[in-house]
Design a binder for this molecule. Structure first.
Ligand code: FES
Length: 90
């Protein structure tokens, strides 16, 4: 079963804007995954600065299966995960 890849920018600006809170909440998704009946694995990785903060965009930045979320928070990341699961009919 294909994993959902969640990539969180862990550059200084994104961390200051709450990126690590997003990582913590996604990592503690087990009960939410059960509620949502998500049985796909979520692979969460942190990565160095995406470079978008230098373009004046507002972080934190997260990519969910390659789809960029600006000004991300736990809710918007979960919403993207759910929409990906629903799009693929799983
Ligand atoms: S610190 Fe996140 S894009 Fe630069």
């Amino acid at each position: 079963m294909k994993k959902i890849k969640v990539e969180v920018c862990s550059g200084t600006q994104c961390v200051m804007m709450g990126a690590m809170d997003i990582v913590a909440s996604i990592q503690s998704l087990s009960s939410l995954k059960q509620q949502l009946r998500l049985d796909r694995k979520i692979d969460i990785v942190t990565s160095k600065c995406f470079g978008l903060c230098k373009e004046g965009k507002c972080g934190p930045f997260v990519r969910v299966d390659g789809e960029l979320i600006e000004n991300a928070d736990s809710e918007s990341v979960m919403s993207h995960i759910i929409s990906i699961v629903n799009k693929k009919g799983e």
